[in-house]
Design a protein around this ligand. Sequence first.
Ligand SMILES: Cc1cc2nc3c(=O)[nH]c(=O)nc-3n(C[C@H](O)[C@H](O)[C@H](O)COP(=O)(O)OP(=O)(O)OC[C@H]3O[C@@H](n4cnc5c(N)ncnc54)[C@H](O)[C@@H]3O)c2cc1C
Length: 452
Amino acid sequence: MFRRVAIIGGGAAAATLLGELLQRPSPHLLHLDWYTGSGAPVRGVAYGTRSARHLLDVRAATMSLFAGKARSFLDFVQRDDPGIAGTDFLPRHRYGDYLEVEVAHALQSGKAHGHDVHLIPVMVDALVPETGAVTVMHGEEAHQLDAAVLALGTLPPTPLTGVDPAALDSGRYVVDPWPLLADDRVEAAPRKVILLGMGPTAIDVVLELSSRWPLAEFIAISRHGLLPESHMNTAAAPPDSAGLIEAMQEVPDIRYWLHLLREAIDQGTQWRALIDSLRPHTASLWTDLPLEQRARFLRHARWAWERARHRMPPAVSETITALERQGRLRRRRGRPQSVQCDGDVLQLVINHAGQPHRLQADMIIQCTGADIDLRRTDHRLLSQLLTNAHIAADPLGLGVMADNQGRLLHEGRPWPHVFALGALLRGTLWEANAMPEIRQQARVVADQLLAN
Ligand SMILES: Cc1cc2nc3c(=O)[nH]c(=O)nc-3n(C[C@H](O)[C@H](O)[C@H](O)COP(=O)(O)OP(=O)(O)OC[C@H]3O[C@@H](n4cnc5c(N)ncnc54)[C@H](O)[C@@H]3O)c2cc1C
């Protein structure tokens, strides 16, 4: 039993853990120090958007914050609008409202049970695990507790290699699109905007800025030049994949897995339903996959998996298709090589099929998505933990080394009292950073924290 626990991170992952710890019967009173970081707590980037165009990419019925309360989010939204269906894709800011209400409930319930919870709105600088204790440090302060949970989300975006410092200084090269999207003050609208990336972040950016800047044209660039697939309007019933999963488990080989998936689709299984049916098994399949097979997957199949798995809601897909038809959104294949500032414009060189191609833009927005490669991070707390060998980076750049209970590895063995939640666990679980997985992880970590 860990009585004094530090939760480090102020997003949805921390919120679900807080709920698990404060709303369950606990044999002992808890002391929780909740370090919520520097931004506004709870909503994070995902649910901090105020734009009604930014939708959840998961249907309402599957977005509960808690593993044991499947209808919690749906009940919340239906209180205001009973017409909302569980299959709807709702605005992400509604989910942010829900998170705030659930966190307030959890805090109230914790107080009523006599738990002692401290909200500490600072970034933690350092963490020192020792046998039976952890010391959490920020500024001049140091606090010793029994256990710590890292719920840090993804790493802050950094500029791609090849971007000239003058381009960064010009303000025309945007490394992190979220502050730009949040600031809707009237500004000189660019006419030609290049988006580096074509995943969910690029979709969010183009949805918002195409409306804010009605005369702007957008060019999205990615290696394969393909947008995410779209969800169907109606949810398909999951197929019985038990035989398929068994066959995959028997031969953990990516090429063989792709062959099995193609075979199932050829035999008439709906591909979307098939992909979705793998989701509850992804962690165990990934755990069994040897390292070189994981590397092969990242090299050859990741891009296809991501666009099939992280699909656009139908309404979003319709808007994007309309923008393409109007010629306001174009797609190009290529890898960015360099960005130079040339007076009032930016010059981008991309490489496609071994040839350099030059493009010009008034603004370039980096939409390369979530970075979790700890092998080259300057995140202060994670760098300190790595430098002191308290934790180890995933060898393929997928977060931190951990076991499937969320315990961080140190010299190959798990710390019994240092855990992670969310994106940092990608190397361990693969599916790690969406709510359906995070709430399960939070339950597993809470079970350990509350165990006698
Ligand atoms: C644009 C976008 C859309 C998404 N849409 C969906 C969706 O529709 N459905 C879904 O299930 N998932 C979605 N996701 C995935 C999303 O990441 C998760 O649902 C969830 O928001 C992750 O929460 P988190 O707490 O892990 O991370 P975050 O919300 O990023 O929170 C991390 C927190 O850690 C804090 N922190 C970092 N370092 C420190 C430190 N040293 N000390 C203290 N605090 C620190 C940060 O300040 C922040 O508060 C989306 C993600 C993005 C980016």
